[in-house]
Ligand binder design. Structure first.
Ligand code: HEM
Length: 467
């Protein structure tokens, strides 16, 4: 792997050409199997998915979650707790289009888009190009969309504590997306003592913030604490509909005595942290568009057709704007964010090869996303590859089954609907208002969704006559 730190997946692909699509490799002290083609990836995630539900036991993961990665939704092993947590989250993370939660998502996305665009207007001038640090306000917009939807609260972009919280989440997102030698060589840990201290302080900072600014201020928190002091117990008579995700989590404490306040706090934190992924993705989509004005024009034309140029795009417009949604998918294809490694939870097989329990499975979706075996002209950024045209019907999104930016199977991403909803509104909204151009510093990473916390600015020029 020497010399492939920036994109280990490219090296995995080279090795697949030599050894075949499934091969073993011991990384440091960790036995790994690298899986490089769609049929084998499908076997790991779906056909034989029940045997690959574990996650690797990297020390960084434990440090980030108060000493136990099982506190995290994405980094824990499969268990009753994970099943329960996923169930509580489903209603809020994947609301049906006709549900009241979807209506709430729509109005929150539009309100927050307004706030975000005003923050950009404050640092740009009509008729002039300006270099703008877009990522920071973009992350704050995403954070507010998440806390408004999940916790019914919101923060001012100028609030220094909010800024620090957003920055800390982004630092963690960046770190989780890195690979470190200590992940595979645990005896190196003493050399990483400073780094581990930093991770631990970031995570305790976030826990304190979420408790002080969000959870402890709610009446349902007081009720949950009082119930715990009374010895808990579920009384159907005093059951009410949860007002939001935080409420639903706090109420679950009474319904399931196996859950603790820590479980609730960690789950909330994990979901709020999802905003960093959305912010980084929209930043990357804007970067792709910045060097491809024809894509920006096509998104603007689509928005103009749907809104008549009279208003900003909203979430309910998504089914009528496949090109804009496809631009997000094409961004995810090109950047190829890795799937979190899985671990075999029992002795099993892949393609007939023996896989001992405890083997770390690395899924090379970079190969699937960039290989000519799966895509025409994979090096070309072309959102049209995700659009299906059928005569007499309006064009719609069609994703090939081997396109897995959110993975699939029992550990598939829970946040994908929030990603495509909030991401869609933000991308379209910025392009309705601004021409976006690249700066010389712009550098798009390979095989990762995370940009460094301090990243390149973009050039924004307000458009005449925008809504
Ligand atoms: C562009 C943004 C995002 C991408 C590309 C993405 C992608 C992924 C991928 C590839 C996985 C691993 C699935 C597996 O191991 O098989 C995952 C897991 C997960 N994602 Fe996302 N995600 C994004 C945003 C979000 C957001 C916004 C949330 C929360 C609201 C979220 C919540 C989760 C959770 C909880 C898991 C763990 C599921 C489990 O292990 O059971 N993700 N995501």
């Amino acid at each position: 792997m020497d010399g492939h730190r920036d994109n280990p997946f490219r090296r995995f692909t080279e090795l697949a050409h030599r050894y075949g699509p499934v091969y073993a490799m011991t990384m440091g002290t960790t036995p790994c199997v690298i899986v490089n083609d769609y049929p084998s990836i499908k076997e790991v995630l779906i056909t034989n998915g029940s045997k690959f539900g574990g996650r690797p036991d990297f020390s960084r993961y434990n440090v980030l979650f108060a000493g136990d990665r099982n506190n995290s939704l994405a980094l824990c092993d499969w268990s009753w707790l994970q099943e329960t947590r996923r169930k509580i989250a489903r209603m809020y993370c994947s609301p049906k289009v006709c549900s009241s939660n979807y209506g709430l998502l729509d109005s929150i996305a539009s309100d927050e888009l307004d706030v975000f665009l005003k923050s950009l207007a404050a640092v740009t001038d009509r008729g002039a190009e300006r270099e703008v640090q877009v990522k920071q306000p973009l992350l704050m917009a995403c954070a507010n969309m998440f806390v408004r939807f999940m916790c019914s609260t919101q923060f001012e972009y100028g609030d220094p504590e909010f800024q620090t919280m957003v920055r800390t989440f982004d630092e963690i997102f960046w770190d989780i997306n890195q690979g470190y030698a200590v992940d595979f060589l645990p005896w190196l840990r003493p050399f990483y003592a400073g780094h581990m201290r930093k991770l631990s302080s970031w995570s305790s900072h976030i826990r304190r913030y979420m408790m002080d600014k969000v959870v402890a201020r709610r009446s349902s928190y007081a009720t949950a604490v009082a119930a715990a002091m009374d010895g808990g117990g579920y009384d159907e008579n005093d059951e009410q509909e949860p007002t939001d995700f935080t409420d639903a989590l706090l109420m679950s404490l009474r319904k399931d005595p196996r859950l603790s306040m820590d479980h609730v706090l960690f789950e909330l934190e994990d979901f709020i942290g999802g905003h960093s992924a959305v912010g980084n993705m929209v930043m990357l989509a804007l970067s792709m568009v910045a060097t491809r004005p024809h894509v920006a024009r096509a998104i603007r034309d689509e928005a103009e057709r749907v809104t008549g140029g009279q208003r900003l795009v909203r979430l309910y417009d998504k089914p009528d704007m496949p090109y804009t949604e496809a631009t997000l998918f094409e961004t995810l294809r090109v950047v190829s964010s890795p799937i979190v490694p899985h671990v075999a939870t029992e002795d099993t097989t892949i393609k007939g090869f023996k896989i001992p329990k405890g083997t770390c499975i690395i899924l090379n979706n970079y190969e699937i996303n960039t290989s000519p075996a799966y895509w025409d002209d994979p090096e070309v950024f072309d959102p049209n590859r995700f659009i299906h045209h059928k005569s007499g019907e309006k064009p719609c999104i069609r994703k090939p089954e081997y396109f897995l930016p959110f993975s699939t199977g029992k550990r598939t991403c829970i946040g994908q609907q929030l990603v495509s909803g909030f991401g869609f509104v933000l991308l379209a909204g910025v392009l309705q208002k601004y021409e976006v151009k690249a700066t010389a510093q712009m550098a798009i990473p390979e095989a990762r969704l995370a940009l460094p916390p301090d990243t390149y600015p973009l050039i924004l020029k307000p458009l005449d006559g925008s809504p």
